[in-house]
Write a protein that binds this ligand. Structure first.
Ligand code: 5GP
Length: 207
């Protein structure tokens, strides 16, 4: 069987709790690796270079594009965001399932380059619950909350693009749903060409 890991793209509305789901997944299982994106946006208070993102200038970002250093990149709200290629390829070869926490445009591009990747969209059970969670954080102004909800409405249009929609109602259940979906996706025939061909050759002696 193919030992190579799976490329797991996780997207979801702001406030869906996808960051918590990813952290818990990494904590529970050691077969996952999280890709750190490069961005041209400035760090927010508390964010660290090399932990949350690799924070770079627009010039450096554009140089990396020219060097073909990204698996995908997108411009989002006036800033560049991209997935560095080298880390992802190395970790996949080492058998890790590599998680990309990226927005929909990037997810769509990944699916084009890696048809065998797994696209998961994490959502709260309802719009009402999403609003409650955003308000419950207590850190955002009403204006910011309204902006995020409007964006959620726009992003809901892209939910059909994903392979699976997973509801984050109870955290542990959601983490287990993501994990078992990943385990199943590892066995897609699309990823197991070598194994299938080998089996066919072996079975030829019985024809
Ligand atoms: P934020 O500025 O809030 O950290 O991120 C804005 C959006 O960019 C989020 O939806 C996040 O998932 C997405 N994002 C982060 N890294 C990447 C990346 O490497 N590629 C793409 N396409 N989107 C990314």
């Amino acid at each position: 069987m193919d030992k190579k890991g799976i490329l797991l793209v996780i997207s979801g509305f702001s406030g869906a709790g996808k960051g918590t789901v990813v952290n818990r997944l990494m904590e529970k299982y050691d077969e996952y690796a999280l890709s750190i994106s490069m961005t041209s946006r400035s760090p927010r208070p508390g964010e660290q270079d090399g932990v949350n993102y690799f924070f770079v200038s627009r010039e450096k970002f554009e140089k990396t594009i020219a060097e073909n250093g990204f698996l995908e990149y997108a411009e989002y709200c006036g800033n560049y965001y991209g997935t560095p290629k080298e880390f992802v390829n190395k970790q996949l070869e080492a058998g890790k399932n590599v998680i990309l926490e990226i927005e929909i445009q990037g997810a769509t591009n990944i699916k084009k380059v890696f048809p065998e990747s797994l696209l998961i969209f994490i959502t709260p059970p309802s719009a009402e619950e999403l609003e409650k969670r955003l308000k419950g954080r207590g850190t955002e102004t009403d204006e910011v909350i309204a902006k995020r909800l409007r964006r959620a409405y726009e992003e809901s249009d892209g939910m059909d693009t994903y392979d699976y929609i997973i509801v984050n109602d109870d955290l542990e259940t959601c983490v287990e749903d993501v994990h078992s979906t990943t385990m199943v996706a590892r066995n897609q025939p699309l990823r197991l060409h070598g194994f299938i061909e080998n089996m066919k050759t072996q079975l030829e002696m019985f024809k």
